[in-house]
Design a protein around this ligand. Structure first.
Ligand code: PBG
Length: 323
């Protein structure tokens, strides 16, 4: 029964019909906005390659989070720019660290907002790598202790979710054990399970001041060519106790979001990373793309691929469009 009986255009004729048969919808409750906490007071410094995103001191962050909450956005994820960096990433697991103080301040004002924290060392090490350097390489097992301490200090500060992004082996198990031992059995882990060594993190490294000072991250982050390995990473993180898993970046890896959605039954997040955001914004600034439509189409694609949770720098703008 093909043409002329079947005419696909019938259900596309009006917006009312299109709306009725639409298969995918976005909800701000599933958005997480990444935010950057920095020292000082009254500081709101725009990030060059990420227009509309800022390094903010804690007072400004609290105001920002109140707005984020009022837009119905599900949550925020916090990154920290510490006062000073060192070999040992001391700022990462300090109870008075920048993220720990930011969490406490935000939770006091915005009780409904889910506050997640990125658990990683690269913003806190003088060399910019995600762990402890031994013989010129990031030492996996020595790094687990820093990660576990960071996660516990974030939970102690009141974080609703801890999200390890370092890609060390065994970090989810180490963090779960440390959280449970410290009395935080209820704190969920969102694992950056399939995180690729991607060029699309470029603008973020300016934002978080976390570019590696030597080498690159290819000995711990994944090779962009590998899909089966991504499924193993996710499977291992689930076995180790992850409550949610993430694929990152999002748009170049939509196939993996779909594969993961079909195989695993826990919530799946995808991170529309800095470079994905900046490409759209830059093209729009040149008049080459319509910013709002590119934003909504990219988010809809990520959702359609199977991500229930989307970490995105567009969270506020998209929530306004949806609202
Ligand atoms: C920290 C981390 C990175 C991002 C999130 N957490 C950078 C990196 O791994 O180099 C990237 C986020 C983005 O590009 O928006 N390890």
């Amino acid at each position: 029964m093909a043409f002329p009986v079947n005419r696909m255009r019938r259900l596309r004729a009006t917006e009312s019909l299109r709306r009725m048969v639409r298969e995918t919808s976005l909800d701000p409750a599933g958005f997480i906005l990444p935010l950057f906490a920095c020292p000082g007071e009254g500081v709101k410094r725009e990030i060059g390659a990420m227009p509309g995103n800022y390094q903010m001191s804690i007072d400004m962050l609290v105001a920002e989070c109140a707005e984020v909450e009022s837009l119905g956005i599900g949550g925020v994820i916090l990154f920290g720019i510490p006062e000073k960096k060192d070999e040992m990433a001391s700022g990462a697991y300090d109870d008075q660290g920048i993220v720990q103080r930011a969490v406490r301040a935000i939770k006091r004002e915005c009780s409904k907002l889910v506050v997640a924290t990125d658990v990683c060392n690269c913003e806190y090490t003088s060399h910019g790598h995600c762990g402890k350097i031994v013989d010129g390489d990031v030492d996996n097992d020595a790094t687990l202790e820093w990660l576990a301490r960071s996660a516990v200090s974030h939970a102690r500060a009141g974080a609703d979710i801890v999200a390890p992004s370092d890609m060390m082996d065994g970090r989810v198990a180490a963090i779960r054990r440390a959280l449970d031992d410290a009395g935080f059995a209820k704190t969920p882990i969102l694992a950056y399970a399939a995180k690729f060594a991607s060029v699309f993190y470029g603008p973020f490294r300016e934002a978080a001041e976390s570019a590696p000072q030597f080498g690159d991250r290819r000995s711990y982050q994944m090779d962009p060519a590998n899909a089966r390995e991504a499924m193993r990473e996710i499977e291992l993180d689930i076995e180790e106790g992850a409550d949610m898993v993430m694929v990152k970046p999002a748009m170049p890896y939509l196939d993996l979001i779909r594969m993961a959605r079909d195989r695993f039954d826990l919530p799946i997040a995808a991170y529309q990373v800095s470079g994905e955001f900046s490409m759209i914004v830059a093209a729009a600034e040149r008049g080459w793309l319509d910013r709002e439509r590119a934003m909504m189409e990219s988010l809809t694609s990520i959702r359609r691929a199977g991500a229930g949770i989307i970490l995105t720098y567009f969270a506020k703008d998209a929530a306004r469009v949806l609202g």
